[in-house]
Write a protein that binds this ligand. Sequence first.
Ligand code: F0G
Length: 448
Amino acid sequence: MRSYKATMVDPVRLLPREDREAALADAGYNVFNLDSADVFVDLLTDSGTGTMSNDQWAAMFRGDEAYAGSEGFAELEAAAQAVMGFERVVPAHQGRGAENILYGALVSEGDTVLNNAHFDTTRAHVAANGGDPVDCPVEAATDMDSEAPFKGDFSVERGRQVVEAVGEENVPVVVLTITNNSMAGQPVSVENTREVAAFADDIDATFVVDACRFAENAYFVQQREPEFETESVAAIAREQLSYADACVMSGKKDGLVNIGGFVGLREDSELYEQCRQRGILYEGFSTYGGMAGRDLAAFAVGLREAVDPPYVAERVEQVQRLCRALADRGVPVYQPAGGHAVYVDANQALPHVPREEFPGQAFVCELYREGGVRGVELGRFAFPETERRDLVRLALPRRTYGPDHIEHVADTAEAVCERADEISGMEIVAEPSMAELRHFSAELRPLD
Ligand code: F0G
């Protein structure tokens, strides 16, 4: 049940089929090029696309736009202390700005960085600083049907193997991404967090948590980790984050805002001073960091709302409802559902489309053509070098869509699967020079 009512609406419309067809062709069969007005249900991302509360809007109106020492910054730092347990905050315009500050301070040429799975911007920032980003997922992560409760966990065994191979002096950072976005949004247990913290300590590495979706992760812990079944989401979040030396936060996820981010740090640490200086250089003075004062204020309120029990329960359960609705209709989905998104396996949905012909992107285009639904391909098209399956992510913005939208998405995906044999693969006709970023702007065409 939703724990809020909507008192502001944003109209959406389903274009006629021939207009959707034309919009898709105009977009070069890349849904990043669609106008949002032409999209009926937009599941491209859960990042910065959610709905703010009236308290957040009220905070925006009070926004203090001072360059230095704004009230919004004090409120944000107080919220980060209360909700996440980090005494110090270096603000940034969004998560990747925070990554630039932190990984630029920690990573040097020739280093190796370990992560349960790097999100693409994290990977890029490690690489940009001369580091080698290495993923250490647990085995269950790549098993689409395993019901294991914490498929997002970090494999310490794999981490130790890498350390043995490269030498511990070359591994300055160990990162734990909660929930694990690149592994189908799967959660990470507190037990695993403690093990990873001990491992990082062992090898004298800084232990960073990518906390973008820390509240959703804490809800999973409450539901699935027996030690925590009677704890509140707020208490679990603080406990899980207490093991980290630093965190990267994107306010666009569990900050419930449209823009913003920060590095969370420990008091009096040398790393805090270093990050503060880098923040001033790249993001703005250390009490705004690329955000307007009103954004800081809304972010402070959003962080506290993210651990509100009815909010976070309904949030994660809506994603689970979408997963069930798809599975019930025979659409092949990664199980169990992640915290922010459902992942459809396009290799199973379109078995006749070879991987070189981008079955994931063909499925994404068909979802739009069929029902005006926008998802995103996270397979061979987005990650040219990947051996991973061709997954299509359907990410739900927070507090935005209702049960009828969920039904519409499930019906649309079912209709696509039912006429799978009519769907052809695709080829790329234009692509940018940076292969890592090709899915944002490449253009394609359907093969006959
Ligand atoms: N870390 C993780 C785990 C993320 O999922 C993201 C963004 C970032 C860092 C970077 O944050 O967007 O504020 O710069 N994920 C979005 C997504 C873009 O669609 O999954 P950002």
